[in-house]
Write a protein that binds this ligand. Structure first.
Ligand SMILES: Cc1ncc(COP(=O)(O)O)c(C=O)c1O
Length: 390
């Protein structure tokens, strides 16, 4: 049997962390619903003492997620926001963090309303150009945290070039890889230090749990993040860990189908005269199409453009009529599930971001964001067509 590290993505997804239970042979791993573990004598444990610190089911999902990102360590959290908070809390008052300007609105809310009160300085910049990142790094900059594609405008950051800039300045680089999932983009292979996920999204993929993860190859960094996980305690329940472990087995199938559907729909939407701008990294009109081709690749090396599409519709009234008429697309926050969702980022996912900042970035009131699921493509197209005809 080949070394596990040499297994291909889908084999790792199904087998790493999913070894049959040693005691019973159960092929589906058991869920260790326990808060604490019997000690054979004081301080003599069988590897686990208290579930906030570690739990066998959590350990399994952590091994699985690390393998999918091509890394050696993963730390699971109760939500994506808990993971990002733990990462940012590695830093202290007076430290400076650079962040992509249109990241998820909750990241903005936590940074500006929580951690900046404790003295960490955040600066929101355009990370599309690595030279712009270079220009903004200061002597007290400790982390460059990017999202690519960003939420909801799908701006891209050249991961390889930006990682080189960070290395030159000895600054850590983190990537929120939620939109692409490890099936579509593996930033650690491109020189990035830490990958963050909201596993609420494509990793779990069925819109039924919340979760987050931080993943790295750096032993020292992993130790600090494990300390944060234990010290601050925002860990997922064993049942949620099990659900993620079960779901990543089908990540490649789900993500590929959703991205195939999105690609077809984006080209079709781009031809609709009623829409002002259709944003999708797979459209030649996307200003960073070449970067998508360079870095958004499946583990087999095929280009993949993701499952998210944004567009502007003519007016707020037209937006509301369109959304009300949709039958398959559900009006809801979140993304990456098997079911297609629609949302208005200005009022929903980015409600926490001040109006001027939103408008300066291009998050207009008429912007609509679609998360494409794995339903039949003909039904999805008909649903959009009928709603637009309205
Ligand atoms: C790109 C991105 N990052 C992080 C988060 C936060 O994740 P969670 O909702 O699991 O806390 C979200 C949530 O929508 C997201 O879209």
């Amino acid at each position: 049997m080949a070394n596990k590290k040499e297994w291909k993505f889908s084999t790792k997804a199904i087998h790493v962390g999913n070894e049959a239970d040693k005691m019973t042979g159960s092929v589906s791993p058991p869920i260790h619903l326990t808060s604490t573990f019997k000690q054979d004598a004081i301080g003599q444990t069988r590897g686990f003492d208290y579930s906030r610190v570690s739990n066998p089911t959590r350990q399994r999902v952590e091994q699985n997620l690390a393998a999918l990102e091509g890394a050696s360590h993963a730390m699971a959290f109760s939500t994506g926001m808990a993971a990002t908070t733990a990462l940012f809390q590695l830093f202290s008052a007076g430290d400076h963090i650079l962040i992509s300007r249109n990241t998820y609105g909750g990241t903005y809310r936590m940074s500006m309303n929580v951690l900046s009160r404790q003295g960490i300085e955040f600066e929101w910049i355009d990370t599309r150009d690595p030279a712009n990142v270079d220009k903004h790094i200061r002597p007290n900059t400790k982390l460059v945290h990017v999202e690519t594609p960003t939420n909801p405008l799908l701006e891209l950051c050249d991961l390889e070039e930006t990682a080189k800039v960070c290395k030159k300045h000895h600054v850590l680089m983190g990537v929120d890889n939620t939109f692409m999932s490890p099936y579509g983009q593996r930033p650690i292979e491109m020189g990035v230090d830490i990958v963050m996920h909201s596993s609420t999204k494509s990793l779990s993929g069925h819109s039924d749990i919340l979760g987050g993860a931080l993943i790295t190859n750096d032993d020292e960094l992993a130790e600090k993040l494990q300390f944060m996980q234990k010290a601050t305690g925002a860990v997922p329940s064993p049942f949620d860990c099990w659900l993620i472990l079960r779901s990543t087995k089908t990540l490649d199938l789900r993500y590929q189908k959703a991205a195939d559907n999105a690609n077809v729909l984006a080209w079709w939407l781009a031809k609709q005269k009623k829409l002002d701008r259709v944003i999708y990294p797979g459209l030649k009109s996307h200003p960073q199409y070449d970067i998508a081709v360079k870095q958004q690749r499946t583990p087999n090396g095929d280009v993949i453009f993701g499952n998210m599409i944004s567009f502007d519709i003519s007016s707020i009234k037209a937006r509301d009529r369109f959304i009300n008429k949709l039958e398959i697309f559900t009006l809801a926050e979140s993304l990456g599930g098997v079911e297609s969702l629609v949302c208005a980022p200005y009022n929903m996912t980015h409600a926490a971001v001040p109006e001027k900042i939103k408008l300066d970035m291009g998050i207009t009131e008429t912007l609509v964001r679609l998360s494409i699921g794995i339903e039949d493509i003909d039904d999805l197209k008909t649903d959009l067509k009928n709603a637009l005809a309205n």
